[in-house]
Design a protein. Structure first.
Length: 324
């Protein structure tokens, strides 16, 4: 069997998954259908339906698209079976029931944006950066009954520079994920489905990657500046981290922070105290001052620190602080 004969169903939703689907299609692999999330209601009245990035691409190359609300719906399962897939490839999708992942004769593999078993969960890129990791990667593994625990097929590492944010790592892993997916399909083809795989090691401390919520993204200033710096870049540009800014008059507002810089300047003031000099907005952390370089006041556009200081410097006199 060659790649034009192997019947593949692709499952995914966001832009991250599109690159893999695109490479499969352009590489001549036989993608027979695509499964993605239902269109999402958007707009002020939730009356506009927005298709997923995967659906938009799939339709542009005339691939059939399935959008089940429930993965165990019998009508959906009947449709899925009708494609007689040999293999299912999953990238950034939802948890699948066994009746779905066990359907193809060669099984179902997932592309995960971390080096498993580390960072199992919904937000592996964010948490790797938040935790100050200098390396992450991508893993392909066969799905089983638990989340991100299946047998590993392939892994590829990816270095995280100290100044990298989520956008940089996301883009890098998106391309690397497509590459490892195609290599994994080729492995499965070459072995007629008997590709070597290994159980995930469970020794040592495992770092989770749970879904991120608004309360997860509030900055705690009472910790070393490096920890806050990593937290900021691990949530930038999306969803962005935030803090409460209290100006010198006592007025409060929400401040989103998208970029910062380490100063290395020791600080003895209480965490969260704010000071400015000619060009910088500095916040006290537990050990050093952190320089804020890109931010957004509630109701305003994102701006660099120079523009922020032009309009707000006079309100950042003694007594201004961030945090609770």
């Amino acid at each position: 069997m060659d790649k034009s004969q192997l019947r593949i169903i692709f499952m995914g939703t966001p832009e991250f998954a599109v690159e893999t689907l695109k490479q499969l299609v352009e590489g001549g692999y036989n993608v027979v259908a695509v499964v993605t999330q239902p269109d999402k209601p958007v707009g002020r009245h939730q009356d506009v339906l927005q298709p997923s990035a995967v659906k938009v691409y799939a339709q542009s190359v005339n691939l059939p698209v399935l959008q089940p609300v429930k993965m165990k719906d019998e009508n959906f399962l009947e449709q899925l079976r009708s494609y007689k897939a040999d293999l299912q490839v999953v990238v950034a999708f939802r948890m699948l029931p066994e009746v779905v992942w066990s359907m193809p004769r060669f099984g179902t593999f997932n592309v995960h944006a971390a080096l498993l078993p580390q960072y199992r969960g919904a937000a592996p890129i964010n948490w790797a950066i938040i935790n100050g990791e200098t390396r992450t990667g991508v893993t392909t593994f066969f799905l089983d009954k638990n989340i991100d625990t299946g047998r590993i097929i392939r892994q590829m590492p990816f270095d995280i520079p100290d100044d990298a944010n989520v956008e940089y790592v996301y883009d890098g892993l998106m391309k690397l994920g497509a590459r490892i997916a195609l290599q994994t399909v080729d492995d499965i083809l070459a072995t007629d489905g008997n590709v070597p795989s290994m159980e995930q090691p469970e020794a040592g401390e495992l770092k989770p990657a749970p879904k991120i919520f608004k309360e997860t993204t509030e900055i705690n200033w009472n910790q070393p500046a490096k920890k806050v710096y990593d937290f900021v870049r691990g949530l930038s540009p999306y969803p962005g981290c935030w803090t409460t800014l209290t100006d010198a008059t006592g007025k409060q507002g929400v401040l989103k922070i998208f970029a910062s810089a380490k100063t290395g300047e020791p600080c003895t003031e209480p965490a969260g105290n704010v000071r400015t000099d000619e060009h910088r907005l500095l916040v006290a952390c537990s050990d050093c001052w952190l320089s804020i370089t890109a931010l957004q006041l509630s109701g305003k556009k994102r701006m660099d620190v120079a523009n922020f200081l032009n309009g707000f410097r006079n309100k950042l006199a003694d007594g201004a602080h961030v945090g609770k």
